[in-house]
Design a protein around this ligand. Structure first.
Ligand code: GRF
Length: 191
């Protein structure tokens, strides 16, 4: 299973996936990382892990569709089977979704369908819920609404701020994302 990861930030989920491949929890290889910022932590991790990383700066692309086409070219060149959006902070278009039907997985820091969109963690805190969590799901044209693959819940504690709650959620993201990729691959194999 040839995997690509798309990231914009620290890249802890990217690293968790790469490590799951390395220790056999996930039968696959992360063959390429795409980032949209040259200065993101994910890129440094790719260097340390020895995984090829391509910067595709959205500011140099005329449109969201053009950015997606550049991603598709990269993934096709690497003969990628499945693509994981792990903290990709750009909205993807039907161009990318259509190129990887059922093959595009996203990780979102809330228990969907609650708290879609930006700042799922802050939304959970503002709502006063006592259970928060994360969701790995297939990407469809509706943002944060595709078929759910795996979820995990964590408690919200009385003295939580966004950072503490997000850290607790992220430990679960790192656990469920490899599971979700395995499930997505199994769905593909079953047709
Ligand atoms: C994760 O919390 C993910 O749910 C959200 O962005 C964050 C990325 O974190 N979409 P990292 O870059 O993988 O550390």
């Amino acid at each position: 299973l040839r995997l690509a990861v798309m990231a914009s930030g620290a890249g802890s989920n990217f690293e968790a996936l790469a490590r799951a491949c390395g220790d056999g929890r996930l039968h696959g290889h992360v063959v390429v990382l795409a980032v949209n910022r040259a200065d993101c932590g994910a890129r440094d991790r790719a260097g340390r892990l020895g995984i090829p990383c391509q910067v595709i700066d959205h500011r140099h692309q005329p449109s969201r569709e053009a950015l997606d086409r550049a991603l598709i070219r990269l993934f096709e060149a690497h003969r990628v089977d499945l693509v994981v959006m792990a903290g990709w902070m750009r909205i993807v278009t039907p161009v990318l979704i259509g190129a990887f039907p059922e093959r595009l997985v996203n990780i979102h820091p809330s228990l969907l369908p609650s708290f879609r969109g930006a700042d799922g963690v802050g939304q959970a805190l503002a709502a006063g819920v006592t259970l928060a969590g994360c969701t790995a799901h297939l990407v469809t044209e509706q943002v944060d609404a595709g078929p759910i693959l795996v979820q995990a819940a964590v408690p919200v504690l009385a003295d939580d701020d966004r950072e503490r709650l997000h850290a607790r959620i992220q430990r679960q993201e790192h656990r469920i994302l490899p599971l979700a990729v395995s499930l997505a691959a199994r769905r593909l194999a079953q047709g």
